[in-house]
Every structure is written in structure tokens, then in C-alpha cells.
Design a protein around this ligand. Structure first.
Ligand code: GLN
Length: 490
């Protein structure tokens, strides 16, 4: 085996099981790659000792013919997931050196299945952002660059450390979270697969909360099969999360190769935006042709409330964030900046501990929840949310899944959009709808644009029908044959 870091997760798992290489070898190969790639700023915390200990334990299990579905495979964890005894700061300074004394359910499940932890991945502060420029620990750099240019590019956000690390072969796969697009958009920007499952499929226990009614965990991986393999490990009912669904986890892996004969794919006409590059429209048409060739029937559908999704999201998500982030007051965790009295201690701690975007969201959220504006903003946004969910229910009368572009543009350079928050928010125009309606959505790398940057196609499925997302995603992956990798410059 020449370079173990180039393997997909499923190739690695079978190589380990067949004893072609050991977990210690593949783990060490990734730790070496991480050391050489520090300029990407993908990892906030590396845990080499823990990784090698876990790898040795996996090797011992494999030697006895035991082990779980991910036995011995090294992965990265977004810094939003609490890992017992490992610093977790959600990309924020306000958490200081917070080291949780407990484990998130999703990571506990991954370790139970034998995965090996390489470290915690950089992200936008509290998962607010689309470019990773909002991390308190410096932006993550994408391994991808425009053809003939060395401008540093964003990996997308908020799971940008996860995307950058998987794309640069610094882990076999990574966890992400998606509140408005934070798994799918960075996956699309870096030529990877990312799935946000149905709300409630993965437990949110032990994941630092951003907007609790929208947050979901999911994987960012190199292939559709890898995403299925990893999501199967991450999913399942958890009594510690009252919104987690009491449903069995289907066989996601075998769904990836299911035939699409007779499946109806809806094309929502509202998923077109002024100023969207023609290449994206062309890729969408190409995706339609691929699915038609795979035996699907293509139907036009309408999701008339789509244009209200982003405005509704930017009321609901900040409202929930302002409430969730009230706990960071300098009394319990991390940073504390003393003032003259209790109120000024709160004020100074929060002013210094939170970054600009987080402060902006808290102010918007507090405003829309305040007595005089609650009905005008928050209640109306909730009503819009119900309409959006209804649009999808109507669409399911005519089709089994929807095909859309994942993002309205390819990745951009660091600093190119960051002074215009509204422009930045537009990144999620095609992804937030699935969060508002609680539906699963997967992004599949489908092509390179004229700059040599990856573009993704999104498949949105019915609630609890990740299997159809994987089936359609698998067909798109086979048709697109996307094998491009970022050229190593770091
Ligand atoms: N970009 C969106 C935001 O900033 C979504 C982030 C996410 O999904 N965590 O809110």
C-alpha cells in the first residue's frame, strides 16, 4: 500500500479487516499528513496519543476477528461535538479551554463501531457561517485553488475544517453538522459527499447547540458509500435527545446501488437565482439527463415559498441561537472578563468572548423575540416555515426525490465575500429549505467549473427516506465519475 491516506473509508475498512495494513499504520499515515498540512488550519486540536491508543485497540480486535463497522478507521470530528476529555470550543473563544466530561452520542456511536479519532476540526464560531472565516482560530484554507492562481480559497462552512481535512486526505472521513447547509455546502465546495439526514435521525446530545430545531449531524466523505457507512454508525434513537426519532436505521450502504427504474425525480423551478452562473444551470441539466438515463421519470414541480426560506431561516436560527447562547455568561465556562458589577461582567465577557458574526446573530435573535416584534417576525417566520414544509408535502404527491444544485456558486477566495453578510447568507439559498422542513439532503460532487473548482448537485428526499438520497446520489456519482483531487501545494 503506497499511500494509505488516499483510500476511501470503505476501502480502508476492508483493507483493515483483511489485514492488508494495520490501524496503527493507517492512523500514523494520517497523523504524518496532518503535520505537513498545518497551513490549511483544518484541525484545532490534534489527538495523536489518543489516536494511536485507539488504533492499537482496534488492531487487537481485528487480530481476534472482532470489530465494528468502522474498526480501525481514522476520522476527524468537528469541534462542535463534545468528546470526553478533549478540548471542545465550537470555534469560539468564549469556551476557553472547556474540556467536556462527557461524550456526544454521535461520537460515542462512532467509537463503539471502532473508528479512531485523529482530532477536532476547525469550524465557523458556533457553526455560524459559510466560509470558515468566522472561526476565532483563523480561517480554514481549502486544498482547492483556482486554475493558475494561488489565491487562498474558502472550504465553505461551517464544517469547513471537516471538508478541508477530508479533501486533503487528513482523515478518511469527518463528522459535520448542518443547520442551514453546513455539511452540504462545504462538501460541494471541496468535491466531497455530504449528507444532512432527516431531523431526529442523529442524536443532538453532546453537540454544542446553534439552532436546536434545525441542527443535525451528518458525515462528510469521499464517496456516497462512505457517507452511507458512516451515517449508519452515527444514526439511531437516543433517549438523551427528546427530538431523536425512535426508528430503526435502514441499510444505507445497500441503498447506494439500488436501481432507479421508475423513480420520479422532481425539478423545482424556483431553484434558479438571478446571477447564478450558467455552468450551474448546465450542470443541473446534465444531472437531469444522467438520472433520465438511469431510468428515472423527470417531473416539473413547484415549491412556491422557496424565496421566503432564507429570510425565515435568518429569523428562526438567530432566535434559537440567542436563546441557546445565553448560557455563555462568564460564570460557568471559559472566558470571563470582570466588570464593576454582575451586568457589566456579563457584557464584557460576551463582548470579548463572541466574534462579530455571533454578536450579530444574537442581536437579530433577541430583537425578533422581543415583546414588540415577536408576532411580526418570529411568529410569521414560523408560519412561513410551515408553508415551506407544505410545499414539499405537495411535491411528494408528484415525485420521490428532488434534484437541485447544492450552491448558487463555486467556492470563493478568502476575503472576497466576507464584508457582505447578506451575500454570504445567499450561499445557503438551496440548502436551508431542507433544514426548515426537516428533510434529508445529500450533496454529490458532479463537475469542475471553468476555474477548476468543484460543483455539487443536491438530492432532497422525503422525511426518513435517506435511502432514496443514497440511491440517487450513488447513480449521480457513477454517472459523473468525479475523480478530481486538489493538487498538493501545502
Ligand atoms: N451558513 C448558515 C449560517 O451561517 C448555515 C450554517 C450551518 O448550517 N451551521 O447560519
Amino acid at each position: 500500500m503506497s499511500d494509505l491516506t488516499k483510500l476511501s473509508l470503505s476501502e480502508a475498512v476492508s483493507g483493515l479487516r483483511n489485514k492488508q495494513f494495520s490501524s496503527r499504520e493507517i492512523t500514523q499515515a494520517h497523523l504524518d499528513a496532518m503535520e505537513q498540512a498545518r497551513s490549511l488550519n483544518a484541525y484545532l486540536t490534534e489527538t495523536p496519543d489518543k489516536a494511536l491508543k485507539m488504533a492499537d485497540a482496534s488492531d487487537a480486535k481485528i487480530a481476534k476477528g472482532e470489530g465494528g463497522a468502522l474498526e480501525g478507521a481514522p476520522i476527524g470530528i468537528k469541534d462542535l461535538f463534545c468528546v470526553d476529555g478533549v478540548k471542545t470550543c465550537a470555534g469560539s473563544k468564549i469556551l476557553g479551554d472547556f474540556t467536556p466530561p462527557y461524550e456526544s452520542t454521535v461520537t460515542a456511536k462512532l467509537w463503539d463501531d471502532g473508528a479512531v479519532m485523529l482530532g477536532k476540526l476547525n469550524m465557523d464560531e458556533f457553526a455560524m457561517g459559510s466560509s470558515n472565516e468566522n472561526s476565532a482560530f483563523g480561517n480554514v484554507i481549502s486544498p482547492w485553488q483556482r486554475k493558475g492562481s494561488n489565491t487562498a480559497m474558502v472550504p465553505g462552512g461551517s464544517s469547513g475544517g471537516s471538508a478541508s481535512a477530508v479533501a486533503a486526505d487528513l482523515c478518511l472521513a469527518a463528522t459535520g453538522t448542518d443547520t442551514g447547509g453546513s455539511i452540504r455546502q462545504p462538501a460541494a465546495f471541496t468535491g466531497l459527499v455530504g449528507i444532512k439526514p432527516t431531523y431526529g435521525r442523529c442524536s443532538r446530545y453532546g453537540i454544542v447547540a446553534f439552532a436546536s430545531s434545525l441542527d443535525q449531524a451528518g458525515p462528510i466523505t469521499k464517496t456516497v458509500e462512505d457517507a452511507a457507512l458512516m451515517l449508519a454508525s452515527m444514526s439511531g434513537f437516543d433517549e438523551k435527545d427528546s427530538t431523536s426519532l425512535q426508528r430503526d436505521v435502514p441499510d444505507f450502504v445497500s441503498a447506494c446501488t439500488k436501481s432507479l427504474k421508475g423513480m420520479r425525480i422532481g425539478i423545482p423551478k424556483e431553484y434558479r437565482m438571478d446571477g447564478m452562473p450558467e455552468e450551474i444551470e448546465k450542470l443541473w441539466q446534465q444531472g437531469i439527463a444522467w438520472l433520465r438515463d438511469a431510468g428515472c421519470e423527470i417531473v416539473d414541480v413547484s415549491l412556491p415559498h422557496t424565496k421566503y426560506a432564507l429570510p425565515a431561516y435568518y429569523i428562526v436560527a438567530p432566535a434559537e441561537a440567542s436563546s441557546n447562547l445565553a448560557r455563555y455568561d462568564g460564570m460557568r465556562y471559559g472566558v470571563r472578563v470582570d466588570g464593576d458589577d454582575l451586568n457589566s461582567t456579563y457584557e464584557r465577557t460576551r463582548a470579548q468572548g463572541f466574534g462579530e458574526e455571533v454578536r450579530r446573530r444574537i442581536m437579530i435573535g433577541t430583537y425578533v423575540l422581543s415583546a414588540g416584534f415577536y408576532d411580526a417576525y418570529y411568529i410569521r417566520a414560523q408560519k412561513v416555515r410551515a408553508r415551506i414544509a407544505e410545499d414539499f408535502r405537495d411535491a411528494w404527491e408528484k415525485c420521490d426525490a428532488l434534484l437541485t444544485p447544492t450552491t448558487p456558486s463555486a467556492a470563493f477566495g478568502i476575503g472576497e465575500v466576507s464584508d457582505d453578510p447578506v451575500q454570504m447568507y445567499l450561499n445557503d439559498v438551496f440548502t436551508v429549505t431542507a433544514n426548515l422542513a426537516g428533510l434529508p439532503g445529500i450533496s454529490i460532487p458532479a463537475a469542475l467549473d471553468h476555474q477548476g473548482l468543484p460543483l455539487g448537485l443536491q438530492v432532497i428526499g422525503k422525511a426518513l427516506d435517506e435511502e432514496t438520497c443514497f440511491a440517487v446520489g450513488g447513480a449521480l456519482e457513477r454517472a459523473a465519475g468525479f475523480t478530481a483531487k486538489a493538487k498538493k501545494w501545502w
